[in-house]
Design a protein around this ligand. Structure first.
Ligand code: HEM
Length: 416
């Protein structure tokens, strides 16, 4: 329902790939295909006061940039909107925007929060949450899957991980939904900044209250740990809680809604899943490759470098890496434009690559798998019942509203 028109590569020189409206209004598949084939290192020139930047679209070149920590830095920003606006205020406080030894130290600390033990506790409550949300959606008849189901799953998981009090969760959801993208076309960059600042302030208070609380959660872990005898600074504490919240919430929501949409558009794959002919973990990887919630990431060159022996990049230049294109690279994925729940191997770049590889990948995979499993067990048929609404962002891609009807599987005994 309401597919976006395909944008022709002929207009490439006139469009701005950093324009949030562009990604909501058009399907860029043909543009990516053309760039991969003809101009794998395309330089988008300055648009007005906005500086130019490199656009990298092939899988092999994207990984080459992302693994090269000698010649590229994430510290000035890791997405185009902040880099092109002059840099990110969370530089060297948020993990994703920290490089070198400090990055390794803080990442090692945070890895404890993502240990199998911590996550297995969350796994139980995640499955219960997912089943409950699906049951409610089924009983409701028509639902807005994006809001009623996807909107709640990652938030519950991440709030459990951070032990955010129940009464604050709705408030945080309303903020995270506006920090990186917008549901409305007329939302401004200021709306994003306001939401981001309110989340930071919320976590500043929460972290302060956990400095001596004896809780066993990630905020307490960060608030009470030290590196080389020094506690994390207030800025690091706030920024990293924010990073987990943002990294973990909106991306996951879009993977889940996009997954449902893909199943509706590919009824043969839905039938396979329902009939138990698709391995859940393999299917999860394909949903992640297909939906690719992070459209792009970006780096700044710290030295003159020739990437993959092909393209000279000068020190100081901004390089954007398009996961949305790399995940459809014909050189890496057989029948790349086919949604195939049994696809193996599946070396997608949905969680990026290299030293900043997504810290929450395992949790995100658990969320998608729980949804696929719940749908497979509880739902007989899925239909889209109204037009979907896409988000406005050049950083993320996803759906903010998706009217759907989930018909119950009569084989499942009703809950008492
Ligand atoms: C990093 C995507 C879920 C936390 C990243 C990056 C990507 C990404 C592309 C690399 C950014 C860059 O370096 O330019 C996703 C997607 C998700 C997801 C698509 C869901 C489908 C999560 C979850 C969490 C999380 C659930 C935590 C609860 C992080 C953190 C980093 C990160 C902390 C920074 C890692 C570092 O710099 O070492 N994610 N993410 N993400 N992600 Fe995720």
């Amino acid at each position: 329902m309401n597919p976006r028109p395909m944008l022709s590569p002929d207009v490439l020189e006139d469009i701005d790939l950093n324009d949030r409206q562009l990604h909501a209004d058009y399907d860029l598949s043909e543009v990516w295909r053309y760039l991969r084939a003809e101009r794998p290192f395309y330089y988008q020139t300055a648009r007005g006061s906005q500086p130019g930047f490199w656009v990298v679209t092939r899988h092999a070149d994207c990984t080459a940039v992302y693994k090269d920590k000698t010649n590229f830095t994430a510290e000035r920003g890791n997405v185009l909107p902040t880099l092109l606006a002059g840099g990110d205020s969370a530089s060297r406080t948020m993990l994703a925007l920290t490089d070198g030894d400090r990055h390794t130290q803080v990442r090692n600390l945070l890895m404890k929060a993502f240990s199998p033990k911590m996550l297995s506790n969350i796994g139980q409550s995640l499955r219960t949450t997912v089943d409950g949300l699906l049951r409610d959606a089924i009983e409701k008849g028509e639902c807005d899957f994006a809001r009623d189901v996807s909107g709640k799953v990652p938030l519950v998981a991440i709030c459990d991980l951070l032990a955010v009090p129940q009464e604050d969760r709705e408030y945080l959801l309303s903020l995270t939904a506006h920090a990186l993208s917008a549901d409305e076309a007329d939302a401004t960059a200021e709306d994003n900044w306001t939401a981001k600042n309110e989340i930071l302030l919320y976590f500043a208070d929460l972290a302060e209250s956990r400095r001596s609380s004896g809780h066993n959660d990630v905020v307490s872990l960060l608030a009470t740990s030290s590196i080389e005898g020094e506690p994390l600074s207030d800025g690091e504490l706030m920024a990293n809680c924010y990073g987990l919240m943002i990294g973990g919430d909106e991306t996951g929501r879009h993977a889940i809604t996009g997954g449902l949409r893909a199943l509706i558009h590919h009824p043969d794959q839905w039938r396979m899943l329902r009939n138990g002919e698709a391995d859940l973990q393999t299917a999860t990887e394909e949903v992640l490759r297909w939906t690719v919630p992070s459209l792009h990431g970006a780096r700044t060159a710290t030295a003159d470098v020739v990437v993959n022996g092909k393209q000279q990049i000068r020190a100081g230049e901004i390089v954007s890496v398009w996961f949305a294109s790399a995940n459809r690279d014909e050189e890496v994925f057989r029948d790349a434009d086919r949604f195939d729940l049994n696809r193996t191997p599946n070396k997608h770049l949905t969680f990026a690559f290299g030293p900043h590889f997504c810290l929450g990948h395992y949790l995100a995979r658990m969320e998608v798998e729980a949804i696929l499993d719940g749908l497979r067990r509880m739902v007989d048929d899925i239909q889209q019942t109204g037009p979907e609404k896409l988000i406005y962002s050049s950083i993320l891609q996803g759906i903010s509203s998706f009217p759907a009807l989930l018909k119950p599987d009569r084989r499942v005994p009703p809950q008492t």
